[in-house]
Design a protein around this ligand. Structure first.
Ligand code: UDP
Length: 329
């Protein structure tokens, strides 16, 4: 299948392009390179463009004639979304309106949408299942819920078949070393922790007074290549379906910040000095998925998501990136 991948030069989008190409599909990247990286476009052609530009989207749809769209292009920082909500609604919601309109105008039958486990906010119970109430607690989470609802309406009005993939904590890097995380600024636990190990700098834990066994927050870390592969499975699952279905993409086990620190010390061999900081506003104490729907309906089976593989691949990416991803000069 020819698959137009918005945000295909980003962290998860680029790993998804690699997974698509490995499965015999042709990923065509549509990216504005605000968050994406040119070196990450390696598995198919590039059509440079912004989801804010309906004219460019229509032009690319007419040229590429995709059989499916994967829509990753979005802003991803919860903290920034609280500071600049308009930016998040414009980029994530208005951008998705443009993508959905272009999909409809071009008659594309399938769309896979990047959503998040945080659509549930502070969940009423654990693990998180897909049918729990949507109760996001940040503009970022609300922007994702709005697009999920829009997608349902658009699918109901047409023959569009939609997949909503709700990511838990994507982490790690391509096991072949071709791709990895390159956010600027970086806010995620594992890359920050490993940068502290590399630089001999202290690492700050955002609070250890939560009601969890060791006091630090618990999250469901899933290797980005497992996440990427699930997109290929979702694409297959959409064949012959109509309407929209949501799938959680997590591993189903929670790890605390302190448990990740132990793994990082083991993998890097560095002591990593840890300081205690205040809680980060908006951090729920514990989030992990029930991934059984993805397992039974998509055949999703993570193979790289043990904590050691996640941390090892991220560490290799950080200390020994491939030539194509090194800054010039
Ligand atoms: N975290 C931390 N120190 C940091 C960055 C993150 O203690 O420098 C914690 C964060 O507060 C959360 C967990 O690590 O409890 C995972 O955070 P991340 O930003 O990676 O993902 P999130 O769960 O917020 O999407």
């Amino acid at each position: 299948m020819r698959v137009l991948v918005t945000g295909g030069a980003g962290y998860i989008g680029s790993h998804a392009c690699k997974a698509l190409a490995a499965a015999g599909h042709e990923p065509i990247v549509y990216d504005n390179f605000i968050g994406g990286q040119r070196w990450a476009v390696r598995y198919g052609p590039l059509e440079e463009g912004d989801v804010a530009d309906p004219g460019r989207l229509a032009e690319v749809m007419a040229k590429v004639k995709p059989e499916a769209v994967m829509h990753f292009a979005a802003l991803i920082s919860v903290g920034q979304s609280v500071e600049e909500p308009e930016l998040y609604y414009r980029t994530n919601v208005a951008g998705a309106v443009n993508v959905l309109a272009a999909v409809r105008a071009a008659g594309v039958p399938r769309l896979v949408f990047s959503s998040t486990g945080t659509v549930h906010g502070e969940p009423p119970r654990l693990p998180i299942t897909e049918d729990m109430p949507l109760a996001p607690v940040s503009p970022y989470g609300r922007s994702k819920v709005m697009v999920e609802l829009m997608l349902q309406d658009c699918a109901a009005a047409t023959d569009l078949s939609g997949a909503v993939l709700r990511y838990f904590n994507a982490a790690g890097a391509d096991p072949d070393g071709e791709l990895g995380e390159a956010h600027d600024p970086e806010t995620h636990l594992i890359p920050l922790l490993l940068a502290a190990a590399r630089d001999g700098a202290p690492f700050t834990i955002n609070g250890d007074d939560y009601a969890t066994p060791d006091g630090t927050c618990i999250r469901d870390y899933i290797h980005v290549s497992d996440l990427a592969h699930a997109h290929v499975l979702a694409l297959d699952a959409l064949a012959g379906r109509t309407g929209v279905r949501a799938w959680n993409l997590g591993v189903g086990r929670g790890l605390s910040v302190k448990e990740i620190i132990v793994a990082a010390r083991e993998v890097t061999g560095m002591p990593i000095e840890v300081r205690m900081g205040p809680r980060r506003p908006g951090d729920p104490p514990e989030l992990y998925a029930d991934p059984s729907r993805a397992r039974s309906e998509l055949g999703f089976q993570p193979v790289h998501s043990d904590v050691r593989t996640i941390v090892e691949t991220a560490w290799r990416w950080l200390i020994d990136p491939p030539a194509h991803a090194r800054p010039a000069g």
